[in-house]
Design a protein around this ligand. Sequence first.
Ligand code: ATP
Length: 287
Amino acid sequence: MYVSEKAPAKINLTLDVLYKRDDGYHELEMIMTTIDLADRIDLVDLSSNTIQLESSSGLVPQDERNLAYLAAKLLKEKTGIKRGVAIHISKRIPVAAGLAGGSSDAAATLRGLNKLWQLGLSLEELAQIGAEIGSDVPFCVYRNTALARGRGEMLTPLPPPPPCWVVLAKPVHGVSTADVFRNLRVDHIEEHPSAQAMAQAMKDKDYEAMNNLLGNVLEPVTMNMYPEVQKIKQKMIQFGADGVLMSGSGPTVFGLVKQEYRARRIVNSLNGFCQHVFAVRMLGYLD
Ligand code: ATP
């Protein structure tokens, strides 16, 4: 038997850090949505009780450290199933980019194995298992638009954003999320984005409000570590994006525009400044 699953990337429309918790994690409040850029996860059933993994990209681990491998291992432990799987990852989402590529691969593996092994688990149950792998995995299990709280695992679904194009630009280097949080001083945050107002913009399908409300408290921290991120943001504004923000802990910067031709124009203008630049549709959800 064989199952293929799409693992889409996410962007943050808002990302706020409310405080540092006693358990060492940061309490987050953010609005995340799904874009039309995805890895593909192919799963082939094995009668032997083993997990095999290979990826089209040399930039991700090809062994038990890969988040997709961890997902398969955890699912086997939780369900006690004595089956094996060969996982193949066709990687399109840039790695360590703030686009949750690894989390989405893990989530797609959980969804795919649920079908392949006919486990009959609900999305809620898969999200609960996914939370043990990483904070963004539950969001990636649903792959819709949501307000996320806690470490990112407490989700309230939202309607998708108004239709538009997303220009993505990623500097060559990746960013370690842990390093960014280590450099964040919660008491020094100057401006908190409003997740509530952004949620309302989703409900109203208000494109202009969405652009005005974009905000990410990690942006100045990552820009301080990598000034190139700020330069890319300035260029994107200069080249005519309606709203521009860094996604997650970065370093990917995204810009929003309504029309495809404007997205293509920004991509062409940015090509000289940045190695990885492309435009995709905003999706908001993936069935
Ligand atoms: P987030 O936005 O959730 O912090 P990210 O998009 O910044 O994630 P990822 O691309 O998920 O970052 O990669 C983070 C780390 O996870 C990398 O160091 C990478 O080696 C490791 N990793 C493990 N499995 C995968 C995978 N399947 N795809 C990408 N990275 C993976």
